[in-house]
Design a protein around this ligand. Structure first.
Ligand code: PLP
Length: 391
């Protein structure tokens, strides 16, 4: 007989999923009701309002897609891009590359604006791309690049798109709840996120929001959206304000209890307070890592507080350190990706996991494991440096 699965209690400080709040796990275990139950429909309306709050938007078309962040990405591209379109895609890490794939699979041409991994999107290169491709109808970029820990200037990029008569598609999977995100203030057009990064929620849901301009573009499409499941016009039959809530797919009912709970928690804390908490824990972690003698991989002004890329010290075995942290300390941190593989670690401080206890736990466990490996680090300095940053 196969027995039940009981996962260990890990501390998730990688690139996601991050620790889920016990309140959210509790919500997940509440009784399942029908996806057309009037009480469930009320819950859907509350989730929509809470997402509008979190995204800072009044966009009517704001809802959670019943699938992970990658599906939110795909929803934005398949609904807004038609065959023959030209889309400028900014790539400075893993996720820009996936955007390019989405553009090309939609039958459109992707114009890549590339920046080094670890650098933000260069506005001047985007300006040049619009000059060389005035036909471009969309600018797509990642606000918080989780593969490197870099923040790009979303406000300026959305403004560049608007100046050039293009719509913006913005990946905010790692930004929502962790750093400032102001969809209406920035004039962003199609924005998708995820639940498992800074929302303290389980993976598997993707909040999205579309501006009235984006909705107009969707309504003017000549060809139907190639994806039946992600076709926003069909999804709106279930999620839309005046819709009769017709069956489209069975909503992941309990996952939506979880999302609702996580958004209630965000509302209780307040957006600015949540951003400030992420910033404070980040400063303490960096102070500790630097006191240990480690070097951050991203310039201070471009760092994401919720995803900290730090360089491996000389002569250290990447995989051995991460597996010691996991197996002996129940602590997960992320490996570097792509150009940064084997050169950096990615330490997440996202959502519920962004707290003082985790900063201290991570610094002490990392110090113990590195010291054992004989790495050239300063021992005994990290915790007091972090404590000093907290006080
Ligand atoms: C995690 C992540 C995604 C993908 O989300 P999934 O839920 O894994 O599908 C997309 N973009 C960014 C920036 C991410 O960090």
């Amino acid at each position: 007989m196969t027995s039940s699965f009981f996962p260990p209690q890990r501390t998730l400080m990688g690139p996601g999923p991050s620790d889920v709040s016990p309140r959210v796990l509790g919500a997940l275990a509440r009784p399942t009701i029908g996806h057309l139950d009037p009480l469930f429909v009320q819950l859907m309306d509350e989730i929509k309002g809470l997402l509008q709050f979190a995204f800072q938007t009044t966009n009517e078309l704001t809802l959670p897609i019943s699938a992970p962040g990658s599906a939110g990405m795909e929803a934005c591209f398949v609904n807004l891009v038609s065959p023959g379109d030209t889309v400028i895609v900014c790539q400075n890490g893993v996720f820009g590359g996936r955007m390019k794939e989405n553009v090309e699979r939609s039958g459109a041409t992707a114009i890549l604006v590339e920046d080094a991994w670890g650098e933000p999107v260069d506005l001047e290169k985007v300006r040049q791309a619009f000059k060389s491709h005035p036909e471009a109808s969309i600018l797509a970029f990642v606000h918080a690049e989780t593969s490197t820990g870099v923040r790009s200037d979303a406000e300026a990029l959305c403004a560049l798109a608007a100046e050039n008569g293009a719509l913006s598609i913005v990946d905010t999977v790692t930004s929502l709840g962790g750093i400032e995100l102001n969809v209406d203030g920035w004039g962003a057009d199609a924005v998708y996120s995820g639940t498992q990064k800074c929302l303290s929620c389980v993976p598997g849901i993707s909040p999205v929001t579309f501006s009235p301009r984006a909705v107009e573009r969707i309504n003017q499409r000549e060809r139907p959206v190639q994806s039946w499941f992600l076709d926003m016009q069909l999804v709106m039959g279930y999620w839309g304000a005046n819709a009769k809530r017709a069956y489209h797919h069975t909503a992941p009912v309990n996952d939506l209890y979880a999302l609702h709970e996580s958004l209630v928690m965000l509302e209780e804390e307040g957006l600015e307070a949540a951003w400030a908490r992420h910033a404070k824990n980040h400063r303490a972690l960096v102070a500790g890592l630097e006191a240990m003698g480690l070097t951050m991989a991203v310039a201070a002004e471009h760092r994401l507080p919720q995803l900290n890329s730090v360089k491996l010290p000389e002569g250290v075995d990447d995989a051995a350190v991460r597996s010691a942290l996991l197996n002996e300390f129940d602590l997960e941190i992320g490996a570097g990706l792509g150009a940064l593989a084997g050169k950096t670690w990615r330490i997440g401080l996202m959502g519920y996991a962004s707290n003082e206890r985790n900063v201290i736990r991570c610094l002490s466990a990392l110090e113990a494991v590195l010291a054992r490996q004989g790495a050239a680090i300063n021992t005994g300095a990290a915790l007091s440096a972090a404590e000093a940053a907290f006080s």
